[in-house]
Unconditional design. Structure first.
Length: 221
């Protein structure tokens, strides 16, 4: 699964990520949930819901026939309550752990709980839940159409990337291990921007770099 185009593909993504581009809504969402302790997230519930909602809108979750079109951002209260209950160690998990059963179980449990707190019927969940987990925790790539297309081609024998499960997590974990140098280098180089000052804040997580790579690569397949 060694790839020689990671630097080039990620560069294509970052070339349009200026401060008021929709892609930068990830920065502002991740910054907010990463820097604020859980009690702060709960104390300013309206802001927490609004930031999460606008990030999801920027990233396409309010378009077409999405059930979220019928909801105000107050709908996210249950989800924000759950986010505030998650052990903050989740922000430190790296993709090399995706091959470990314990980490797989943790990620899949968070996936399940996020789903329970936002999807109340049979709406398709894979893209929405992974985008929430990416924007809040930076722990897993968003399993959108382009990302899944790219990784299905990279490792077609292990996972079809139709679900977030042990197989798909293992593929991402092995991909990270085999391309660790490029991914870590980009993670150290690319940082989130502060909403007010525009200055750099947190390093992009390794999972976010993988997300960017998979998205751009998928658009070319």
């Amino acid at each position: 699964m060694k790839q020689d185009d990671i630097l080039a593909r990620v560069k294509e993504f970052t070339e349009v990520s200026f401060l008021d581009h929709r892609y930068s809504s990830f920065d502002y969402c991740y910054n907010y949930f990463r820097e604020n302790e859980n009690n702060k997230i709960l104390e300013d519930m309206e802001k927490s819901c609004a930031i999460l909602g606008f990030y999801l809108a920027s990233w396409g979750m309010y378009r077409g026939s999405s059930f979220l079109l019928q909801k105000s951002y107050r709908y996210f209260i249950d989800l924000v309550n759950y986010i505030a209950s998650v052990d903050r160690a989740i922000w430190k998990i790296k993709p090399d752990k995706f091959i470990d059963k314990e980490s797989q179980e943790l990620i899949l449990e968070i996936y399940k709980k996020v789903k329970e707190n936002i999807i109340k019927d049979e709406n398709q969940e894979r893209v929405l839940i992974t985008k929430i987990m990416l924007g809040v925790f930076g722990v897993i790539p968003a399993f959108d159409t382009y990302f899944c297309k790219a990784f299905k081609e990279i490792e077609p024998k292990t996972s079809r990337f139709t679900k977030v499960n042990e197989d798909s997590l293992s593929v991402i974990g092995r991909f990270y291990i085999e391309n660790e140098y490029d991914i870590v280098s980009l993670s150290k180089e690319i940082k989130t921007n502060d909403f007010i000052t525009g200055k750099e804040r947190y390093q992009y997580t390794n999972a976010k770099i993988i997300d960017m790579y998979g998205f751009v690569k998928g658009t070319k397949i």
